[in-house]
Design a protein around this ligand. Structure first.
Ligand code: GUN
Ligand code: ZN
Length: 438
């Protein structure tokens, strides 16, 4: 694709420890799907002589959001009440996931899911499919069609689940899928034992072997979300000292591992996670909805553990990373650890990219990065418009977006430099559909 430029306010985070870079009147230059440069219009504008410039007045360009943990087969059970995690899984989740044995069901859901991600400004995600091979193939194919950077892999569960959702300790489907999809375009494979409670020792051992044999492949699972779950894992693996110890026993705690939740870790578990350089997916809307607990962000920071923000839909209640920032902030307040606007945007962009081992390719708008970015509309709602107009600093604008924003604020989503979603085009299409007589 030829060189293109986009003019608007720009915000992104650079480096480690991260520092924010903001240009009130900025420009992002993109070529062949990658960032050439981002900076102030006053510096770069005069040098962009023959390059077409798209101007988005009243908008803010940010890197695409990263959802560090989400389940695509759970869209039909989002917003299903349950007293706690294990009831929610048995009563709502498992029956819905069983339908994904059918490739046509998986294809339709995968397409809908990825279009919803783009509409919400999420350009990369680490995704649970189901135990069915077809559910993985459907998602990889749909992501490839949209050229999205995405990681997923067959869910492993060979016990403690209904018959129609159980597999075996034979991991040949997973091996086949790794060969077929890992590293193809922008796709990454993630070995995905559902959680320790639904895998036998033999299956976890196989998962560890597969992880060791396949460089660049991720390990993705749940850890320490709910007290009943923790007790169940303890009863199933009595020889392991704690929950993390089960995963350690099978070689699953590595610098390529992403653990969702991590709400009730012991001191030792925190230390061992940090030593292994594993990452955590922080899922505030899910943790509040299922009453699972309050994530300790201060502790994760103290240990230097990479943390990405995650919706965990369908346990979570929104696909919007902006809404998820809102609830992450409130969890922080209850923990007496205030997250500022930069910290919230870091969790959803560069922090998420680092948690997924992708920060060399995505997460900010440094030269050479893949050009996944959003055009956020600061006037998306009357209140957001009023509040951002009254803002005196970039932090105030970003914080208002995190508290008041949602999918309505996403005007355009670009994938590798190409426009993949436009809100106004979508609403025009929807309106046109609406006015078509039945
Ligand atoms: N633990 C095991 N499976 C799940 C799931 O589908 N959602 C959540 N939130 N936790 C889990
Ligand atoms: Zn989950």
């Amino acid at each position: 694709m030829p060189r293109q430029a986009y003019r608007a306010a720009i915000f992104h985070l650079l480096g480690d420890p991260p520092r924010g870079e903001y240009a009130a009147d900025g420009v992002l230059v993109v070529e062949d799907g990658h960032v050439v440069q981002a900076g102030a219009w006053s510096d770069l504008g005069p040098r962009l002589k023959d390059i077409p410039v798209t101007h988005y007045p009243g908008a803010l360009i940010v890197p695409g959001f990263v959802d560090a943990h989400v389940h695509y087969p759970q869209l039909d059970v989002i917003a299903s009440p349950a007293s706690h995690l294990l009831d929610w899984l048995s009563n709502h989740t498992y029956p819905s996931e069983a339908r994904f044995a059918d490739r046509a069901v998986a294809d339709e859901a995968a397409g809908f899911f990825l279009d919803e991600l783009l509409r919400h400004g999420t350009t990369t995600a680490l995704v649970y499919p189901t135990v069915h091979k077809a559910s993985v193939e459907a998602l990889f194919e749909a992501a490839r069609t949209r050229n999205m950077r995405l990681a997923t892999g067959k869910v492993l569960m060979d016990r403690g689940a209904p018959d129609n959702l159980r597999d075996t300790a034979d991991l040949s489907d997973s091996s086949d899928l790794i060969r077929a999809w890992h590293g193809k375009g922008r796709l990454i494979y993630a070995i995905t034992p559902r959680f320790a409670a639904t895998s036998s020792a033999a299956q976890l051992e196989g998962a560890g072997r597969l992880l060791a044999e396949n460089p660049g492949v991720l390990l993705h699972t749940h850890l320490s979300e709910n007290h009943e779950e923790i007790a169940l894992v303890k009863s199933l693996f009595p020889d392991c000292a704690d929950y993390l110890g089960v995963y350690e026993k099978f070689g699953l705690v590595t610098d390529r591992s992403v653990f969702a939740h991590c709400l009730h870790l012991s001191d030792g578990e925190w230390q061992r996670l940090a030593r292994a350089k594993s990452a955590i997916a922080f899922c505030p809307t899910s943790n509040l909805f299922l009453g699972s607990g309050l994530f300790d962000m201060a502790r994760a920071r103290l240990h230097g553990i990479p943390v990405g923000l995650a919706t965990d839909v369908g346990g979570g209640t929104s696909l919007s990373l902006l809404q998820t920032m809102n609830e992450a902030f409130k969890v922080g307040q209850l923990r007496r650890h205030m997250l500022d606007a930069y910290a919230l945007f870091h969790l959803a962009t560069l922090g998420g990219a680092k948690a997924l081992g992708m920060d060399d390719r995505i997460g900010n708008l440094e030269p050479g990065k893949e050009a996944d970015f959003l055009v956020l509309d600061l006037g998306a709602t009357p209140l957001l418009k009023r509040r951002t107009a009254a803002a005196r600093t970039p932090e105030e604008i970003l914080f208002a977006l995190a508290m008041l924003g949602d999918d309505r604020a996403v005007a355009h989503t670009y994938i590798a430099g190409a426009r993949a979603f436009s809100r106004d085009a979508a609403s025009t299409t929807a309106a046109a559909r609406h006015t078509t007589p039945p």
